[in-house]
Design a protein around this ligand. Sequence first.
Ligand SMILES: Nc1ncnc2c1ncn2[C@@H]1O[C@H](COP(=O)(O)OP(=O)(O)OP(=O)(O)O)[C@@H](O)[C@H]1O
Length: 254
Amino acid sequence: MVATAPALEFRGLVKRFGEKIAVDGISLAIPTGSCFGIVGPNGAGKTTTLSMATGLLRPDAGQALIAGNDVWQRPTEAKELVGVLADGVKLFDRLTGEQLITYNGLLAGLSAEVAAQRCADLLTMLDLTGAGGTLVVDYSAGMTKKVALACALVHAPRLLVLDEPFESVDPVSAANIRDILDGFVRGGGTVVVSSHSMDLVQRMCDHVAVVAEGRVLAAGTVDEVRGTSTLEDRFVELVGGRQHLQGPAWLNHS
Ligand SMILES: Nc1ncnc2c1ncn2[C@@H]1O[C@H](COP(=O)(O)OP(=O)(O)OP(=O)(O)O)[C@@H](O)[C@H]1O
């Protein structure tokens, strides 16, 4: 581990799927102790980038480094430092929430006693205590998101990489999760979060990168990127594509 290295760094990441270039040379340095938002339109390459950053998808070119450890060359060192909430990755959903969180803790090398204690703390923190004994397959989408977040947190990582953590989550739970993430950053951790909600990123993050068509269009502190506008207006300005369409005539009943 390199003491002065960014918490997470992308160096010229590239990923192609056949003819499609999903990620086209993304370089970013995510400072330790920051809450860093990655925003972009559908299909911008956010999930692909975060998957390469966390060892779920091998890049065609470039590097992802966690605290200076190349995710693909030093996977053990890199993965010990990171908790991941991936978008669309299946959980072991025939386990109960309690079993799933504990199992993740044991896999990360915690003792049974510590894993059980942390599992109880996380279930309480995420308001899932009543659902701890329920199979994850029977959870709602928001509950599934919360249990996946608990799995990402159980080994007390230094870096959290969260792909769309607020999708399907009710407003009260979302506020709780935001508080948890704020506390995590105050405690010296780093959070990288992809989101479609500009409002949320503007309120929660101190840094942001706007990504479109696999490239970084702007990056910096939230204030640097948004300038004198709101982040949402700046996003639309950078990404373009806002269309004031009235829709087809057959949808209009007036
Ligand atoms: N496994 C795959 N095979 C083929 N194409 C893929 C694959 N994964 C992603 N893509 C394509 O790569 C591009 C980037 O997708 P990605 O999921 O990274 O975007 P995103 O920014 O996360 O989008 P969203 O906001 O809609 O979740 C898209 O055009 C998508 O169709």
